[in-house]
Design a protein around this ligand. Structure first.
Ligand SMILES: [Fe+2]
Length: 338
């Protein structure tokens, strides 16, 4: 059987371009976002824009050859300045470029800064955003309860659907990660939103946790593990009731998985994780390190996986099929794309 490539186009939704602090005022950077080269830049006053990297007039790559100039980005050869919304702000006086060029635009993606990330909206048919991602408690400046924020970035050789589908595959947790499976409740689905809740038995020193973060008391404990998805780009995870000591419970763990489809074979995941200060010294770091390392077990599988269009499941309408039905809403018909 030859390897089947993933058959769907770039998905629609909010996806992460980079972290908020990756782009300082006056700075611009090149990214591949949903199969397109884009320039993400911050104006001198701090506004963020994500635009097609190629100047709408000359085709010059603005991320490589352009420069932020005040509230615009400047394409060097003709002195054309682009506003953050992709409209033309100014044409160089002696450039010889006709005035009509003022009508030209460079495509600007709807974008926002939230939860520590810069998000851009991708829609295959260039439709406007039709959903929002929420501000997640603990990632928008509330520091009194929460400990240090830990950041991770992964370049994965597969698409977001395959990565997300992995979480639905209960059987892989013990087999691939050596961890207890997550016996989830039925997913709660509301349009683009999907939520699962699992009462999970955890081993604090599981196989993914580095030796240096092993806890002194490795007793198993149970936590309620909630996962919420807003489309394919933003996942929030929350664990509660974590043990603070032998008799006290109530520690919490939060995480955001901010994802970006790079192209039809590559994705970038950016993770932020945090625990409450009451478990930060020991158990919190074991949890964070274990989750950060756990994904490394999946990566060799994703590197070589073939897409199976109709997996044979024990139960004909198993969670993978339900997941695929939910995810199908994020793909437009490529034949309709301009
Ligand atoms: Fe996994």
């Amino acid at each position: 059987m030859p390897k089947q490539e993933f058959p769907f186009p770039m998905p629609n939704g909010w996806f992460c371009v980079t972290r908020v602090d990756d782009i300082q005022n006056g700075e611009s950077k090149l990214f591949t976002f949903c199969e397109k080269e884009v320039v993400a830049f911050r104006t001198e006053s701090g506004k963020v824009s994500v635009m097609d990297a190629y100047c709408g007039y000359s085709g010059i790559n603005l991320a490589i050859s352009g420069k932020v100039d005040g509230e615009t980005i400047n394409s060097p050869k003709h002195g054309i300045k682009w506003n953050i919304d992709g409209s033309c702000a100014e044409i160089g006086k002696d450039s010889g470029v006709p005035k009509e060029a003022m009508e030209v635009t460079t495509f600007s993606y709807p974008c926002q800064e939230l939860n520590g990330f810069i998000w851009a909206w991708h829609h295959l048919l260039k439709e406007e955003p039709y959903f929002e991602i929420p501000a997640i408690d603990g990632f928008n400046g509330e520091d009194s309860k929460w400990g240090k924020e830990h950041h991770y970035e992964y370049h994965i050789n597969t698409v977001l659907q395959e990565i997300a589908e992995n979480d639905v595959d209960q059987a892989h947790f013990p087999k691939v990660h050596g961890s207890p499976s997550l016996p989830e409740t039925e997913a709660i689905i509301d349009g683009i939103y999907r939520k699962t809740i699992a009462e999970t038995l955890m081993n604090p020193n599981n196989d993914s946790v580095s030796e240096e973060f092993h806890v002194a008391d490795p007793s198993m404990f149970t936590t309620t593990f909630t996962r919420e998805s807003w489309g394919l780009g933003c996942v929030g995870l929350h664990m509660v009731n974590l043990p603070i000591d032998e008799t006290t419970f109530g520690g919490e763990f939060i995480m955001i998985n901010a994802s970006c489809p790079v192209d039809n074979k590559n994705s970038t995941l950016r993770w932020s994780m945090r625990v409450t200060k009451d478990i930060e010294d020991e158990l919190g770091m074991a949890i964070i390190d274990g989750i950060a390392n756990g994904v490394l077990d999946d990566m060799p599988i994703w590197d070589h996986k073939s897409y199976v269009a109709q997996p044979i499941l024990c139960d004909g309408d198993g969670p993978i099929n339900k997941f695929r039905k939910w995810v199908s809403q994020f793909y437009s018909d490529p034949l309709q794309a301009r």
